[in-house]
Design a protein around this ligand. Structure first.
Ligand code: PTJ
Length: 253
């Protein structure tokens, strides 16, 4: 990995890029993951590289759903394993969620490397290697474990593709996504769409989980029943518009 000086004005962004590139070199991130990261970066620019009000609201609702769930599962792909494996493990510990690796570009080698990476970060069990159930999809993301994603009531699917998100919603699961693009099929299909950078979102969610674990159950239920995902998506788009308007004003002569 190139040594990025912490005082570089684009430190966070360059570090994330290095992590995804290192994931590709080590063999657990797909080459397509580089394109996905670039796409995410450009949306993060438009958002102003911050966790917006609407994102924080969705993150709180997502944590409430995970804490109330009977069988919460966090799905991990090659980009998530490269960018924030330790944050996935921390959130799983705080919410009692299982972790399952689920890949679009699935190979046994990648499955093995990602599972080992998560275990090195402290995960005691990682599902996904021995799929015994199938979602109604024609690609490899259909391969799931019956005690994991298949039977989950709440599933967190960061950097997801719209297809599987739609199937999981059809199965009446609460589907939480993290995707910087508020216009993606994934964001539009999900029950709770977090429009935020993966790293920031997982950090915020772990902090909220630590606090919200102490809250009464009815307070958590209230958060979910009053939650409005359409409003969150439309606010995310307005937050981008607002940010661009401010930038336009700055460059105006
Ligand atoms: O590891 P695999 O084989 O399962 O493949 C994983 C990728 C990510 C390559 C695969 O799922 C894929 O191709 O995803 P897409 O269709 O490119 O979608 C990724 C979405 O995540 C896009 O809408 C991006 O804007 C968004 N995104 C990318 N990086 C980040 C992000 N959102 C939040 N944080 C990021 N760091």
């Amino acid at each position: 990995m190139t040594d990025i000086p912490p005082d570089h004005p684009r430190y966070e962004s360059l570090l994330a890029r290095e992590k995804v590139a290192a994931g590709v070199k080590k063999g657990f991130t797909s080459i397509q993951g580089l394109i996905a990261q670039g796409r995410g970066e450009s949306f993060d620019y438009l958002l102003g590289e911050r966790s917006t009000e609407s994102a924080l609201y969705a993150e709180r609702a997502a944590v409430a759903a995970l804490l109330l769930a009977e069988n919460p599962v966090i799905s991990v792909n090659g980009n998530v394993a490269a960018l924030a494996p330790e944050k996935v493990v921390a959130l799983a510990d705080l919410t009692g969620a299982k972790i399952e690796v689920n890949l679009f570009h699935r190979t046994e080698t990648r499955m093995h490397l990602i599972i080992e990476q998560l275990k090195a970060c402290g995960a005691s069990e990682v599902l996904g290697k021995k799929p015994d159930a199938s979602l109604d999809l024609s690609h490899d993301r259909r391969l799931v474990e019956s005690r994991g994603i298949y039977s989950a009531d709440v599933v967190l699917v960061p950097l997801e593709d719209g297809d599987r998100c739609e199937k999981l919603v059809e199965m009446e699961k609460i589907v939480i996504t993290i995707d910087l693009n508020p216009l993606s099929r994934t964001s539009r299909m999900a029950t709770i769409s977090i429009v935020d950078n993966l790293t920031r979102a997982l950090e915020n969610m772990a902090k909220f989980a630590g606090e919200m674990r102490k809250e009464r159950k009815d307070e958590l239920v209230n958060l979910i029943t009053s939650y409005d995902n359409k409003k969150v998506l439309s606010e995310a788009i307005s937050e981008i518009q607002e940010h661009l308007k401010n930038l336009a004003a700055e460059v105006e002569y």
